[in-house]
Design a protein around this ligand. Structure first.
Ligand SMILES: [Mn+2]
Length: 400
């Protein structure tokens, strides 16, 4: 391997960004049947279905364009003193599958660590959030009707074969709520018409119509969804400050809803005032807000953290420490009150004096704690490293 997650999806990243990203679908033939075996196999899916005790809607079933009622494949279970009525019944899931239903495993990046890492790598490359679903379709079946999605997707074929058709754009850059209701009967001519084989990747930008069905064989694929930030988010970031603007807090003219002349008269001036205010905003401040939004909302990947916590008291100056795989950290020094580390789901405030040592340790693949000696005394460096291990940013080398 040695290639990045992004390259595994699109090949040449530069060419993809120039010619396809947000513009056009792309089919990329794969490098063989085992191309995605390290992230998910059919055996893995089998074990996820049968052994994980999943609850709806982590798994759902669709058939011929319709979602099956969860009550037909869930069961009741008692846990502690609680009655759960949404526990997936694997036996009934397999029965539905035998009768043509597609199994959808939702948000696998949350609990299947090879996919957590794959998605994390991809989202760090894009700095747009990424999620993944798995679709397992029996032979001669169709899961969803022709539709478009409101986020870009990479379809990665894991096993079996599926026939895909990608048509033109139904709506340019749809947002999450801009879905189309009702059946699409005339999607127009297909731009891509292909049998997706193991190792293949298909990129479908949001808004592009597509449909898929299996023929002779079953099919298992990953759909990686890219939940892009848009310019709408820039406006949202701007609007966060609007409440501080007195000129917008002024009440509308009394009686405006009965006779609106006064309102009509005042709107253009207010909009101009708003445009002046918006135009005078510091772009850096807005960019920083969006940057923080990404780095402060990444779910942690805490594989092995139990061992880390149990071995904290073994840490000494000679301990080898490294950045935890998949851990995110953004150093925010814009604030006056010290150093802020955005660690995905948590924010860590440290004294500003620690900036050089934090930069040092973030810049290294791995290091021994004694290497921090130029910056911190023996006690302080142990305290800092221990804290960063607890926060999930670093991990101690526990020797195999
Ligand atoms: Mn789709």
């Amino acid at each position: 391997m040695g290639t990045t997650a992004f390259e595994r999806c699109v090949g040449d990243v530069g060419g993809f960004l120039d010619h396809y990203w947000g513009q056009a679908p792309l089919h990329r033939p794969g490098s063989g049947t085992d191309a995605f075996a390290d992230v998910l196999t059919l055996e893995d899916i089998d074990s996820l279905l049968a052994e994980r005790g999943l609850r709806f809607p982590a798994l759902r079933l669709v058939k011929d364009g319709a979602t099956l009622a969860p009550s037909t494949y869930t069961k009741r279970a008692r846990l502690q003193s609680r009655n759960l009525d949404d526990v997936i019944d694997p036996g009934r899931v397999y029965e539905h599958f035998s009768q043509g239903a597609t199994i959808v495993l939702q948000a696998l990046h949350r609990y299947w660590s090879p996919l957590s890492h794959f998605c994390r790598e991809l989202e760090l490359a894009l700095t747009h959030p990424v999620q993944v679903n798995v679709y397992l379709t029996p032979p001669s079946s169709r899961g969803l009707d022709i539709h478009y999605d409101t986020h870009d997707v990479f379809v990665l074929q894991v096993s079996g074969v599926k026939h895909w058709a990608v048509y033109g754009e139904a709506i340019h850059y749809p947002l999450a709520h801009q879905k189309r209701e009702g059946k699409i009967t005339d999607p127009g001519e297909a731009q891509i018409d292909v049998e997706l084989k193991p190792g293949d990747c298909l990129y479908i930008p949001r808004g592009f119509l597509h449909g898929a069905e299996t023929v002779e064989r079953e099919s298992a694929h990953l759909t990686i969804g890219i939940l892009s930030y848009t310019w709408r988010d820039v406006i949202d970031a701007l609007m966060g400050d609007v409440d501080h603007q007195v000129f917008l807090r002024e009440s509308l003219p009394p009686g405006f809803a009965r006779a609106n002349e006064k309102l009509l008269e005042q709107i253009p001036a207010k909009l101009q005032e708003f445009a002046r205010w918006a135009g005078g905003r510091d772009p850096q401040e807005i960019a920083d807000k969006l940057t923080r939004k990404f780095w402060a909302s990444r779910p942690p990947v805490l594989t092995g953290q139990l061992q880390q916590i149990l071995n904290l008291d073994q840490l000494d100056d000679s301990s080898l420490v490294r950045r935890r795989r998949g851990a995110t950290c953004h150093v925010d020094i814009k604030r006056d009150d010290g150093l802020t580390l955005l660690l995905g789901d948590r924010t860590l405030h440290l004294p500003a004096s620690l900036e050089p040592v934090v930069r040092y340790l973030l810049g290294r693949a791995e290091f021994r704690i004694e290497e921090l000696g130029d910056h911190l005394d023996a006690g302080s460096r142990l305290v800092l490293v221990r804290r960063l291990i607890k926060e999930g940013l670093l991990e101690q080398d526990l020797g195999g």
